[in-house]
Design a protein around this ligand. Structure first.
Ligand code: IPM
Ligand code: MG
Length: 433
């Protein structure tokens, strides 16, 4: 008996031990799952609140009826303050009358630097955000976006945070290469997709990491409608919608089904849908790419495709970007802050043309169509055609401020339009040869 009891006890002990181990791991996973569920629940609540805000958001601010337009200038990090300052010279030159009359105020907004953001451990420090919210328009230099393993803590991107905080839902990026017949405009969704919760994924346990992708009826509709409106207003009458809805079935599926619905309101606009992989290929297909005009796409695909498109135009340094919402708008370059140029002492030679292009987009957004057109023509002449001052990124090229001067001189040329037209016709002719 005693033996049996002993055996019994031993068996029980072994059983208990196994049970304990099994139970322990089950127990641990259960806790991890519960934590993840709670985290997910909070994210859902925040997204529902965001939907409520989108539902009740007011209409577009009419800048032509605003007594005093406030433009905030945020230099950002790395080469940001340098190229932003050069672009500001051009902006202040073109808006000199309105600045003088007090109809426009240009403000410097400090505090969006990586050092300050790390100091307060926030994507945008509260006081900086408060200052930004007092502006109508923002000209923003590139900011450092840390990733795991960088010397900086892995805080959220200031760009992404600003787009979300100010509800800048449309990221509009034009790309033009006349000699290739390329004249594209991308409408990238800017507040949802894989970016919306990019800093809110879950490490469920050491083995399992989950990120989230967001699509809402309101968020997808407003960007798609903007693309269709543009196609209709400009007479381009053609929209290409880009997703991966055959694989990412729920969120990309919603993007696509929303487009099907919105398209019904624009019978004059032809539209088609593409998958991101084949569209990436088509942009470098010389026989096909000039057919595309207006492209509408979710956040991450828009990020990637617009870098590719900008490269075709001459590099990411040549493209500007408008981040539009109903209350605020922000204009920026599409590239990063190139910190190496600063550490190598070359920041003053960084090419400001992307930021100057962003200024042109700002002018056009505020209704200064003539000035915007002149600036765009001058940029084409300076960057693509005449190239009297060349940016090399080094001391054998022009500085950003010298380039800005060159652009301003070109704007002042009485023959600008003719010169630009001649260059464009020449470029087109060389294409058809
Ligand atoms: C852009 C940039 C940003 C983005 C980075 C800096 C967060 O690449 O504006 O395209 O990914 O949106
Ligand atoms: Mg990008």
């Amino acid at each position: 008996m005693i033996d049996r009891g002993g055996i019994n006890i031993t068996v029980t002990a072994i059983f208990n031990n196994c049970f304990y181990i099994g139970c322990k791991s089950d127990h641990m996973d259960e806790a991890a799952v519960k934590r993840a569920q709670e985290h997910f629940g909070k994210l859902l609540k925040k997204q529902m609140e965001r939907i409520d805000r989108m539902r009740s958001s007011g209409g577009q601010t009419d800048l032509s009826k605003t007594d005093k337009i406030i433009i905030g200038v945020c230099g950002g990090d790395g080469i940001g303050p340098y190229i932003c300052a050069s672009a500001r010279l051009v902006m202040e030159h073109l808006l000199a009358d309105r600045i003088k009359s007090g109809n426009i105020e240009v403000r410097t907004i400090d505090g969006l630097t990586i050092e300050r953001r790390v100091e307060v451990m926030k994507a945008i420090p509260d006081d900086t955000l408060e200052e930004l919210k007092k502006c109508h328009l923002i000209l923003k230099g590139p900011t450092t976006t840390p990733k795991k393993g960088d010397p900086w803590p892995n805080i959220e991107s200031a760009n992404v945070a600003m787009r979300k905080e100010l509800d800048l839902f449309a990221n509009v990026r034009p790309v033009k290469v006349p000699e290739l017949g390329v004249d594209w405009i991308f409408f990238r969704e800017n507040t949802e997709g894989s970016y919306a919760l990019g800093s809110d994924g879950i490490d469920v346990n050491d083995d399992l990491a989950i990120d989230f992708c967001v699509a809402t009826a309101q968020g997808t509709e407003r960007i798609i409608r903007m693309g269709f409106e543009h196609a209709k207003r400009t007479g381009l009458n053609y929209v290409s919608l880009v997703t991966k809805a055959n694989v990412v079935k729920t969120t990309d599926g919603k993007f696509l089904s929303t487009a099907e619905k919105v398209a019904k309101d624009y019978p004059e606009v032809r539209w088609d849908d593409w998958f991101i992989d084949i569209m990436t290929a088509k942009l470098i297909d010389p026989y096909r790419r000039s057919d595309f005009k207006v492209m509408v796409l979710p956040n991450l695909y828009g990020d990637i495709l617009t870098d590719e498109a900008a490269q075709i135009q001459g590099g990411v340094g040549t493209a500007g970007s408008a981040n539009l919402g109903t209350r605020y708008s922000m204009f920026e370059a599409i590239h990063g802050s190139a910190p190496r140029m600063v550490t190598e002492g070359r920041a003053q030679y960084a090419d400001p043309s992307s930021m100057i292009k962003a200024v042109a987009m700002m002018l056009s957004h505020m209704g200064e169509t003539e000035k915007a057109k002149k600036l765009e023509m001058a940029l084409d002449v300076c960057c693509q055609f005449e190239r009297r001052k060349i940016m090399t990124g080094r001391s054998n090229g022009a500085t950003g401020d010298e380039f800005a001067e060159y652009v301003m001189e070109t704007i002042a040329r009485p023959d600008l339009e003719r010169v630009w037209n001649d260059h464009v016709s020449e470029a087109m002719a060389s294409r058809s040869k």
